[in-house]
Every structure is written in structure tokens, then in C-alpha cells.
Design a protein around this ligand. Structure first.
Ligand code: GAR
Length: 215
């Protein structure tokens, strides 16, 4: 059985969607820990309430990124996970940390990468006047908000959208694609081919695609 560690910094709604999907779909994978860099991350309560071990490595206690990442790595590796899932984990990670988990760390970013990396993605999308926006699940590489793309969901940008309207529309789709992508990984169906990810068909033969168009 594959094991997963999920990292969060706040609300943890993506972590919650993954935990719920794992239970509802009876994954043969286990979420062995939820770790936060902030003690006040509200998602910790949900995880603990579902019997998942939680831990806090407070980033504010570490003077350098290297020191924080080393402590975090030690904590994660104590659980010996097959996969590390960044779910709203709002930290820039050092290259040695990312390299250590190369090919076994996923992230979700609230834009259709490679458009709009960084912060305030919904504001960036509104300012650019794009008519489609969305979210991307990708393998993590040392390049911030880049890396081989596993799945994307796209949503319309409506005429009078506020940043909050758009964020909510995208988040709903994040909760669809992230659990799906994590399940694919745990089923051993994601193959990295250079900069691309190939999704192998399910054992059931039911076709699945790595894109959601929620128009
Ligand atoms: C999500 O929208 C996620 O895509 C974003 O933070 C939010 C976390 O929400 N992540 C990033 O911006 C990473 N660059 P959640 O805590 O409810 O899952």
C-alpha cells in the first residue's frame, strides 16, 4: 500500500478533498500524516478528526530556508512516504529539498500553467483579460510553479467576476483534479517522460483524461 504525506499552510480544503476521495473510493493508499508550517492552519483539525497524525514544523522558528527545509525533510522522511503532496503549502522550497523528492512530489497551482505562476493568480488572470482560467497539478521541480503537468482544469472567466468569484470557481475544480491526480500516482499510472507526464490506462480499461473543462 502506497503512503502519502500532505503538506498544508492553512485551510487545507484540497487536503480534505484528497482525504475524502481516498475514503469514498477506497484507495489502496494511506495518508500517513498531514504536516503544516503554521500551528494555526485550520486544516490540521480536519486531519486529526479523521485519525490522521498531524505535525507542525513552524517555519517562523527557523532563521534560514535551508534549516527549515532540513527539519521538514527529517519529519517527512520519518513517515517514509511514497508521495509528498503540497496542498496550499505556501513556502518556496530549496533545490536540495525538491531534488530529494524528485518524481514523488506533487503540487497544485491555481492557474493554467505556464500562465500566471506566483501569487495572486486570480488577480493576474483578471488583469490579463483571459477568458479561460483554471488550475494545474504538476510534479515539483526546482523552478517555482513549473514542472511536468499531470492534470489541468479550466473554467470560464465571466464578465463581472471578482477575484473571489474566480477563486471559488477554480477551487471547486481543484477539488476534482487533485484527488484524481494523487490517485493516479498511487496506482503507479503516472510516467515521467522528460518534461511530459504520460497517464497509463486504468486496469478497468475505462478511459480517463487528464483535463477537465468546466464550462
Ligand atoms: C489553493 O487554491 C491552491 O491552489 C493554492 O492555495 C490554495 C490553498 O487552498 N496554492 C498555491 O497558490 C500554491 N502556489 P486550500 O488550503 O484550501 O487547499
Amino acid at each position: 500500500m502506497r503512503s502519502i504525506v500532505i503538506l498544508i499552510s492553512g485551510r487545507g480544503s484540497n487536503m480534505e478533498a484528497i482525504v475524502r476521495a481516498a475514503l469514498a473510493e477506497r484507495w489502496s493508499a494511506r495518508i500517513v500524516a498531514v504536516i503544516s508550517n503554521r500551528a494555526d492552519a485550520s486544516g490540521l483539525e480536519f486531519a486529526a478528526g479523521h485519525g490522521i497524525p498531524t505535525a507542525v514544523i513552524p517555519s517562523k522558528d527557523y532563521p534560514t530556508r535551508d534549516q527549515f527545509d532540513a527539519a521538514l525533510r527529517e519529519k517527512i522522511d520519518g513517515y517514509a512516504p511514497d508521495l509528498v503532496v503540497l496542498a496550499g503549502f505556501m513556502r518556496i522550497l530549496t533545490t536540495p529539498f525538491v531534488d530529494h523528492y524528485r518524481g514523488r512530489m506533487l503540487n497544485i497551482h491555481p492557474s493554467l500553467l505556464p500562465s500566471f505562476p506566483g501569487l495572486a493568480t486570480h488577480r493576474q488572470a483578471l488583469a490579463a483579460g483571459v477568458k479561460l482560467h483554471g488550475a494545474t497539478v504538476h510534479f515539483v521541480t526546482p523552478d517555482l510553479d513549473h514542472g511536468p503537468i499531470v492534470a489541468q482544469a479550466c473554467v470560464p472567466v465571466l464578465e463581472d467576476d471578482s477575484e473571489e468569484d474566480l477563486a471559488a470557481r477554480v477551487l471547486e475544480q481543484e477539488h476534482v483534479i487533485y484527488p484524481r491526480a494523487v490517485r493516479w500516482f498511487t496506482e503507479g499510472r503516472l510516467a515521467l517522460e522528460g518534461a511530459r507526464v504520460r497517464l497509463a490506462p486504468a486496469a478497468t480499461g475505462v478511459p480517463e483524461v487528464a483535463s477537465v473543462i468546466a464550462i
